[in-house]
Design a binder for this molecule. Structure first.
Ligand code: AHR
Length: 621
């Protein structure tokens, strides 16, 4: 492997190169990164897989001691359901020792940890001065924290907001939240929320999941989907206006593609906020009037266009503008740094079997450019092989190959793509199918070949995202994924660790290198960058070996001044004894990069490359 390490011979990889794509899939947000513990907090849930609007709440106690129903008497205009609870027992009659009431299991259990504080908020009204108790309860029925609210309401028409901070005295990772009463009377409850106090900057993002994403140093953040944006039917598409403003007044919606209800606590604002917190540029994918089964035709598209324009105003408009003022009221008067929007997801049909995308896109494009000339617009139409039928700043490029070999070489498709015109946004890639399992080493090595190919083509590739980012292990509707979690644990799949090995590529210099081999299972690249910490240069060589045999490679570094020497050479290897090895909650570090130091490295060295591995060599100069 011959590397020309002279920076002048290289080319700059875009600053935006490595990013992340967040989709509400696999409970990535609801029951995941969004730290809300209550599932269906407003009793609004509905949809094909939702048995009732009470789901997954359970009733504690039996009729006739307690009768629970849903009515439409909520104080909140956009979500009218409220829970009505008639309590017909008290201490002296048939009440359970702790009273009767309702219980919410969260998302496969709530993680309640000893010494940590949780803010519980709910809305309540009652016809009589009923006493309530709110508690976190462990799987063995033991109370982890509780608080009493006495004499709730005497006037049935007045809702009261109750807020309590509960400190846990024990840990239980699969707890539930209970609200119980021990006195006769009728009580209505609505918008019940429980959030840990320690979320990232108090912004509501679960700490350990936020940290996992932050460690990837993403430069861009595409959200909120994927198919989630489209919906199977438009009624169930992501409608950003329904997801902003006070959380209590968000209607929530059934994401019918991934088949679950979300209260939309993680809405449009939270996506923009998360991008900012990650120091990444947000890329908003908006619905363009197309779902998996419907298409709005050109004569009726204006409301969708206005919706997109309003969304941009919400993100970057002045705090006195109509939509910017709502953003300001949510605590962010300063505009977000929204520079990119994508018109839909996977909606372009270049063969015009479904013509509406091609007809509607120019209307979105022209209207957005007229109002916001600096916004970069991403089309769903692939420009790697065809000339685009319309203007665009970037085009989406998705790759989900089914075999490791195919994935390894996939980026070669871009070798022959036009060098002028819009660049590719590889907004989704991952190995899919048998070789990939739930995230195998083999998948990561195959993806390394792909990413090396994208680095080589970074003159025509602007940004790159793995997909999907998250999976709650209790709801794998799409596998594999980069980050796996449950109510409290988290680990990265080998693909996650691979992305980390590429995080320095954003803005780095891609160096000329020649791998002198005909092997179809080897790929290599070299980049260099100046460390922001000490200003010193780092040269990183990455080698991916898809073969089941080890190889010895001679690395020869040319083009450096003779006075340059290496202070340190760090070798980092991602491999394992079996290509199908995966990480898991019990073995989260089975397949993770392992570092070692190589002493006395010169400008020519022979290195051992493990079978099915990705190896990086960092030369510190
Ligand atoms: O990443 C999972 C899904 O794959 C996305 O929702 C969609 O865009 C693609 O088909």
């Amino acid at each position: 492997l011959v590397i020309n390490a002279s920076r002048s011979s290289g080319k700059q990889i875009p600053d935006t190169f490595m990013g992340v794509f967040f989709e509400e899939i696999n409970h990535a947000g609801a029951g995941g990164l969004w730290a809300e513990l209550v599932n269906n907090r407003g009793f609004e849930a509905e949809g094909e897989k939702v048995p009732s609007s009470l789901h997954p709440w359970e009733v504690i106690g039996d009729k006739p001691a307690i009768v629970v129903s849903i009515d439409q008497t909520s104080v909140f205009q956009r979500n009218r359901n409220a829970l009505r609870m008639e309590v017909h027992c008290d201490h002296s009659s048939s009440c359970l020792p702790d009273g009767v009431g309702i219980s919410n299991p969260g998302f496969w259990g709530m993680n309640i940890e000893k010494g940590k504080k949780y803010k519980v908020v709910f809305y309540v009204r009652s016809t009589e001065g009923i006493d309530l108790k709110v508690s976190f309860v462990g799987t063995n029925g033991g109370k982890l924290a509780s608080s009493e609210i006495s004499g709730v309401g005497v006037n049935a028409s007045t809702w009261r907001r109750v807020e309590r901070v509960l400190e846990a005295t024990e840990t239980n990772h699969y707890s539930s939240l209970q609200i119980t009463a021990t006195r006769k009377g009728t009580v209505w409850l609505d918008q019940v929320s429980a959030m840990p106090l320690d979320t990232y900057k108090g912004h509501g993002f679960r700490m350990n999941l936020f940290q996992m994403v932050a460690e990837l140093k993403p430069r861009i953040f595409r959200f909120p989907g994927g198919c989630y944006v489209e919906g199977n039917v438009l009624k169930n598409a992501f409608q950003w206006k329904q997801t902003i403003g006070p959380w209590e007044n968000r209607p929530g919606h059934y994401g019918d593609v991934w088949d679950y209800w979300t209260d939309d606590g993680f809405g449009f604002f939270e996506g923009l906020q998360l991008a900012e917190d990650l120091n990444a540029l947000p890329i908003w994918v908006f619905n363009n009037g197309i779902s998996h089964s419907e298409q709005v035709n050109v004569s009726a598209i204006s409301p969708s266009v206005q919706d997109a324009l309003d969304g941009i105003e919400f993100a970057i408009g002045s705090p006195t503008s109509r939509w910017g003022s709502i953003r300001a009221s949510m605590g962010h008067p300063k505009p977000f740094d929204l520079r990119y929007v994508a018109v839909g997801n996977e909606d372009c049909d270049i063969d015009k079997l479904r013509p509406f995308y091609l007809e509607n896109y120019p209307i979105f494009y022209d209207s957005i450019k007229r109002a916001y000339p600096n916004i970069q617009i991403i089309t769903n139409c692939d420009a790697s092989k065809h000339q685009l039928p319309h203007p665009a700043d970037l085009y989406d490029y998705h790759q989900y190959p089914q075999t490791a070999e195919d994935m390894f070489h996939k980026a070669k498709e871009l070798d022959s793509s036009p060098r002028v015109g819009p660049k590719a946004f590889v907004s989704e890639y991952a190995l899919n199918g048998g070789d990939a399992g739930n995230g195998t080493l083999l998948a990561a090595v195959a993806e390394a070949g792909f990413l090396i190919g994208l680095e080589k083509n970074s003159d025509v590739v602007s940004m790159v995202n793995y997909a999907p980012l998250f999976v709650n292990a209790n709801n794998r509707s799409w596998t594999p994924d980069a980050i796996v979690f449950d109510s409290y644990q988290v680990y990265g799949t080998p693909s996650y660790w691979l992305i980390k090995l590429f995080k320095e590529s954003s803005g780095a210099t891609f160096l000329n290198s020649t791998l002198q081999t005909n092997s179809p299972t080897l790929a290599a690249s070299a980049i260099s960058w100046k460390s922001p910490v000490d200003g010193k240069s780092v040269l990183r060589i990455k080698v991916a070996n898809l073969d089941k045999k080890a190889v010895i490679i001679e690395i020869s570094i040319e083009g450096l001044e003779s006075s340059v020497s290496f202070s340190k050479l760090t070798k980092t290897v991602l491999t394992s004894s079996n290509p199908m090895d995966e990480n898991s909650f019990s073995e989260p570090n089975k397949v993770v990069p392992k570092e070692s130091l190589i002493q006395n490295a010169g400008k020519i060295i022979n290195v051992h490359i493990d079978p099915v591995s990705v190896t990086s060599f960092d030369f510190n100069m």
